[in-house]
Design a protein around this ligand. Structure first.
Ligand SMILES: *Cc1c(COP(=O)(O)O)cnc(C)c1O
Length: 365
């Protein structure tokens, strides 16, 4: 027997994503029937009713394999963004595209991926999965610091991933910060802008990353149908980049990764901007309500450009989480992001937000 283990060493070291318990299970365990889940940044108002209708009709065709090229969806997206069809790739959620970017561009052990502290876990996962180094630059005031990231670039850096707006903090990097940063990024590095929450952004300083793609920079933009379009359960997202980068991702992509219901639902969602408007209205009202309640409770929070708020409960978040859970309110603890007194709460409907605040007041009292 060789001493080499069965499982590759870098794989054995991976920490699997720990999903929350199903709502039904929490209901059973605590004997409560009306649980609210404000933990995964899902849409509180759900998908476009027109998309739901279109998806119901598409059920008739589930015996057939989906269109592996996402022909109609890519055509619709190209039109929507004013880019060519060969500049778009779809995936089984943008998570899968991050995974595929890792497969396509990180081959050699020793390659490096850079991102930030206090961010989405899938960037580190893509690095470790490919036996690469992962370096997280310090966050300054809970915001990505692009100068800190640029300082970490070496000859071995292959990918830089920037969540903009960032999850879990809801902050953005601005156009001028991105301009200064891109001037420091060399040709051998690809910069991924994960813009999962783009549609919620209100700031006029949000960067035009499409312009970077059009300039031929090594930039990949990621968007998703999981958030404002409320199709998280279907798993569909897409990337925009120059054609050479898109073909490389297509080389590693599984042939039927995006299912047929998701393709139909995504097209119909793009055709219903009214639902996006409704969603933005609920989000902006909820945001202002939660800001004023956090202020009334003297809990520090970060103004958000997304559909969730990062706030400080000023004590260990774990016992607070447990007490909220017992009362049927589920939010995301900050300890998993390295911030043990923080929480991320998804902005819900008015009723959900009020119930969350009432319960939080009770628990913190
Ligand atoms: C929710 C989220 C996504 C979306 O992932 P999908 O796989 O498309 O559901 C991507 N990036 C970030 C930072 C997110 O928070």
């Amino acid at each position: 027997m060789s001493k080499r283990g069965l499982v590759q060493e870098h794989i054995a070291k991976l920490k699997p994503y720990v999903p929350g318990k199903p709502i039904e299970e929490v209901q059973r365990e605590f004997g409560i029937s009306d649980i609210i889940k404000l933990a995964s940044n899902e849409s509180p108002i759900g998908p476009s009713p027109k998309a739901v209708e279109a998806m119901k009709s598409a059920l008739d065709k589930v015996a057939l394999y989906p269109d592996g090229s996402c022909f109609y969806l890519i055509k619709r997206l190209a039109d929507f963004w004013g880019v060519s069809e060969n500049q778009i790739v779809c995936g089984n959620g943008s998570d899968e595209i991050i995974h595929n970017i890792g497969l396509a561009f990180l081959s050699h052990a020793g390659d490096e991926v850079i991102s930030s502290e206090v961010t989405f876990s899938q960037y580190e996962a893509a690095a470790l999965l490919n036996a690469c180094e992962y370096s997280s630059a310090p966050c300054i005031n809970h915001t990505y610091s692009l100068p800190e990231i640029a300082d970490r670039i070496t000859d071995r850096t292959r990918l830089i991933v920037i969540a903009n707006p960032n999850n879990p903090t809801g902050t953005i990097v601005t156009q001028s910060e991105v301009n200064a940063f891109m001037a420091r990024v060399p040709e051998h590095v690809i910069v991924v802008f994960d813009e999962a929450y783009l549609e919620y952004v209100e700031s006029p300083d949000f960067p035009d990353t499409l312009a970077l793609v059009e300039q031929g920079r090594n930039v990949i933009i990621l968007h998703t149908f999981s958030k404002i379009y409320a199709l998280a359960g279907l798993r569909i997202g897409y990337g925009i980049a120059r054609p050479e980068i898109i073909s490389a991702i297509n080389q590693v992509r599984q042939p039927f990764d995006v299912n047929s219901i998701a393709q139909v639902g995504a097209i119909a969602s793009l055709d219903d901007p009214d639902q996006v408007e409704r969603s933005l209205k609920v989000n902006s009202e909820g945001k202002n309500y939660l800001y004023s309640e956090f202020e009334a409770m003297s809990l520090p929070y970060l103004p958000t450009e997304a559909n969730f708020i990062w706030f400080d409960c000023k004590r260990d978040c774990r016992p607070v989480f447990q007490e909220l859970l017992k009362r049927g309110v589920i939010i995301r603890t900050g300890d998993i992001f390295g911030c043990p007194t923080f929480f991320r709460v998804t902005i819900g409907t008015r009723e959900q937000n009020e119930r969350f605040i009432r319960t939080l007041r009770e628990v913190l009292a």
